[in-house]
Design a protein around this ligand. Structure first.
Ligand code: ARG
Length: 534
C-alpha cells in the first residue's frame, strides 16, 4: 500500500502488538502460497485484521494526494476548455474505477499480498512478476515519489514567498523537494513507528482542504464576493466548451494528468492477504471509495473554475494557492499552501515506507542484490527477531517489532529508493514525470487486467467470489492500450525511455533467476494452484 498518509502498516501495527509484521509487497514465492504456513493458520493469519473501513481509508487516503491540487493545470492546458477538462476528470475517474473493479476480481480469486506482481506471476509466469517488481523499484515507486516531492517543494516555496511572486527558480523548488525527500527517508530509516505515526498526523488535512475548496467555491459563486474583488472564471463570458482541444494526443496527455490524481486505486491489492474477508470487502471498498473520490474531485474542479480564470489555472502547479489567494487573500493562500504541503509530506512519507519494503522484499527474493534485503542494525533484539522469523518458515513474514529499537528498518533499501527518487527530482519536472509514470504504470495495469481476461479463459472454474461484468476489464484494456499507444506519438522519447527501463529487466531476470533453472516445485503459483485445489 504505497502512497499516501494512511498506510496499511499504520493499521496493522497497533493490532499486532508484539510485532509490527509486514509481508512482502512483492515476490510470489512458495512462502506466499504455501498452504499451511501462510494462508491457513500460519503467521499471516495473525495479520488478518483489515476491515471494510480500513480498506476505504486506505484507498481514499492514498488516492487523494498531490494530484487534485496540481494536475488541473496540465489537464486544462491540454483539454482547452473547462467543460472538456471536467469530462477528462470524469473519464479518468471512471477508468480508475474500472481498473480497480478488475483488480478486485483478481484480489478475490487470488487473495494474497503483492498485487499485480502475484497476479502477473500466476497468469503469465514468474518473469512477468519480476519485470513488474523491477519496474516498480526503478520507475514506478521513485517516479511517483519524485512527483509528490516536487509538488511538496512548490507548495512550500509558495507558502514562504507568497502566491504572487513572479518567477521562482525551479532549482529552489527542487532544492526544497530534495530536502523533503531526505527528511522523509531519514525518518523512515530511524524507526518504523516514527514513519507511520507521523503519517497519521496528516490524515485529515486533505479531506478538509478539498471540502473547504468546494464550499469556498460555492460561496464565491453564490455571493460574487472574494478577497480580490468580484471573482468569476472564464466560463461566464466564454461558456464551458469554448476552445476545446480536439488533438487526440493532447487529450491523452490531459488524461494522464487526471489519472495521476486518481492513481493509487490498486494499492489495497497489495494487502489483500490481510483482510479478514477479502472476498466480500474488496469490492465493497472499491465501489465505495472510487465514487467518493470522483465526486470530490469533480466538485473541487468546479470550484476552481468558478473562482479562477482559465489562464491562472493553466499557469501553475499550485492552483490551490492561487485559489486561496483569490478567495481569502494572503491568509487563504498560506492556509492552502500549508495544507497541501502537509498532505504531500504525508503522502511522500507513506510511499517511502512501502517502497522501502518493496525493495527489501526484492532483495530477499534474490531479485536484487542481497544487500538490499538486510535490516539496518544488528543487535540483540535483531538476532532474536531473525530467529523468530526463520522459525516461521516464511522468510517474508519478517518481524520488525516496536521494541526492536531505532534503525531496525530496511535502511539499504530506503537509501536505494531515496537515491533513485533524487535522480528523478533533479532531471524531471511535474508534467513530464506524470506522463512518464503514467506510461509505465498503465503498461502494467493493462497487462494485469488483460490477465484477468486470460485467466477467465484459462481457468473458468477458478473460484471467483467477486466477478465484474466482462465489459469492465475490456473497457479498461481498450482505453489503457489507447493511452499507452498515444503516448508513443505524443512523447516518443519518454515512452522509449520507459520501455528501455522495463526491458532492461529481461537480462536481469535471466541473470538473477532464469539461469538457475526453473524454480520448479518452488515456483510460486504452482503452490498456489495446489492450495486452491485442496
Ligand atoms: N493519486 C496520488 C496523488 O494525487 C498519487 C498516488 C501515487 N501512487 C502511488 N502508488 N503511490 O498524489
Amino acid at each position: 500500500s504505497a502512497g499516501s498518509t494512511f498506510d496499511f502498516s499504520a493499521n496493522l501495527f497497533p493490532l499486532s502488538t508484539t510485532a509490527a509484521g509486514y509481508t512482502a509487497l512483492g515476490a510470489p514465492t512458495a512462502a506466499h502460497f504455501e498452504p499451511t504456513s501462510t494462508l491457513n493458520g500460519g503467521s499471516l493469519e495473525k495479520l488478518k485484521s483489515l476491515t471494510f473501513l480500513n480498506g476505504v481509508s486506505l484507498v481514499v487516503g492514498l488516492i487523494i494526494g498531490s494530484g487534485i491540487f496540481s494536475s488541473p493545470s496540465q489537464v486544462n492546458i491540454n483539454a482547452g476548455s473547462p467543460g472538456a477538462s471536467l469530462i477528462i476528470w470524469l473519464v479518468a475517474g471512471l477508468l480508475a474505477w474500472t481498473g480497480a473493479a478488475s483488480y478486485a476480481e483478481l484480489g478475490g480469486a487470488i487473495p494474497l499480498n503483492g498485487g499485480a506482481q502475484v497476479y502477473l506471476a500466476k497468469i503469465f509466469g514468474e518473469w512477468s512478476g519480476f519485470l513488474f517488481t523491477w519496474s516498480a523499484v526503478c520507475v514506478l515507486k521513485p517516479g511517483s515519489a519524485a512527483i509528490i516531492a516536487i509538488i511538496l517543494g512548490e507548495y512550500c516555496v509558495r507558502a514562504v514567498i507568497g502566491p504572487d511572486a513572479a518567477e521562482i527558480s525551479i532549482w529552489l523548488n527542487k532544492g526544497v523537494a530534495l530536502g523533503g525527500l531526505i527528511l522523509v527517508t531519514l525518518l523512515n530509516c530511524v524507526s518504523t513507528k516514527l514513519g507511520t505515526r507521523s503519517a497519521d498526523v496528516f490524515m485529515f488535512l486533505k479531506f478538509i482542504a478539498l471540502l473547504g475548496i468546494t464550499i469556498a467555491g460555492i460561496v464565491v459563486a453564490a455571493t460574487g464576493w472574494s478577497w480580490k474583488g468580484p471573482a468569476s472564471g472564464d466560463w461566464e463570458d466564454k461558456g464551458w466548451f469554448e476552445g476545446t482541444n480536439t488533438n487526440i494526443s493532447n487529450l491523452a496527455v490531459a488524461l494522464y494528468a487526471g489519472l495521476w490524481a486518481f492513481d493509487g486505486w490498486d494499492n489495497v491489492n497489495y494487502v489483500t492477504g490481510e483482510f479478514i474477508n477479502p472476498a466480500r470487502d474488496l469490492p465493497r471498498v472499491i465501489h465505495t471509495s472510487l465514487p467518493l473520490v470522483i465526486l470530490a474531485y469533480i466538485l473541487a474542479n468546479i470550484a476552481y473554475f468558478l473562482v479562477l480564470p482559465l489562464s491562472t489555472i493553466a499557469s501553475s502547479n499550485t492552483v490551490a494557492v492561487a485559489f486561496g489567494s483569490q478567495v481569502l487573500g494572503p491568509i487563504g493562500s498560506l492556509i492552502l499552501a500549508l495544507a497541501v504541503g502537509g498532505s504531500c509530506f504525508g503522502a511522500l512519507n507513506a510511499t517511502t515506507f512501502t517502497s522501502g519494503r518493496l525493495v527489501y522484499a526484492a532483495g530477499k527474493e534474490g531479485y536484487l542484490p542481497e544487500i538490499f534485503g538486510k535490516i539496518g542494525v544488528r543487535n540483540r533484539s535483531a538476532v532474536r527477531l531473525n530467529s523468530r522469523a526463520s522459525r516461521s518458515s516464511n522468510r517474508f513474514v519478517e518481524m520488525i517489532s516496536d521494541d526492536a529499537g531505532f534503525f531496525m528498518t530496511p535502511i539499504n533499501a530506503m537509501v536505494l529508493n531515496g537515491a533513485l527518487t533524487a535522480v528523478y527530482i533533479l532531471i524531471g519536472e511535474f508534467s513530464t514525470l506524470v506522463t512518464f509514470y503514467g506510461v509505465a504504470g498503465y503498461t502494467f495495469y493493462f497487462f494485469t487486467v488483460l490477465g484477468l481476461i486470460v485467466l477467465r479463459v484459462k481457468e473458468p472454474d477458478l473460484e471467483r467470489p467477486y466477478k465484474t461484468w466482462i465489459t469492465t476489464p475490456i473497457i479498461f484494456c481498450c482505453v489503457s492500450l489507447f493511452l499507452v499507444s498515444r503516448a508513443v506519438i505524443a512523447e516518443p522519447f519518454q515512452t522509449l525511455l520507459v520501455l528501455a527501463f522495463i526491458l532492461a529487466g529481461v537480462p536481469l531476470y535471466w541473470w538473477r533467476i532464469g539461469r538457475h533453472g526453473e524454480r520448479g516445485e518452488k515456483s510460486g503459483w504452482k503452490f498456489w494452484k495446489q492450495w486452491s485445489k485442496s
